[in-house]
Design a protein. Structure first.
Length: 71
């Protein structure tokens, strides 16, 4: 099993969720996956600490789907 690491909020620096990927991605169907919403500006999650809107990027490979902070 890969080690997990916290993915920090770009605003406050506190952990938004835990990832096992080096790309800070989290399995979209996993229990620990953050809630990802969509609006006119695209996909995003909200930091549970500072309520900052953090843009998210959807990743797909074969049948797997994951989310990571947009770059």
């Amino acid at each position: 099993m890969l080690p997990t690491h916290p993915v920090p909020c770009p605003r406050c620096g506190k952990s938004m969720y835990w990832a096992v990927s080096l790309e800070d991605a989290v399995d979209a169907g996993a229990v620990e996956s953050p809630r990802v919403d969509r609006d006119l500006d695209g996909y995003y999650t909200t930091c549970p600490h500072c309520a900052e809107r953090v843009p998210m990027e959807r990743m797909t490979e074969a049948a797997a789907e994951a989310w990571r902070p947009a770059r």
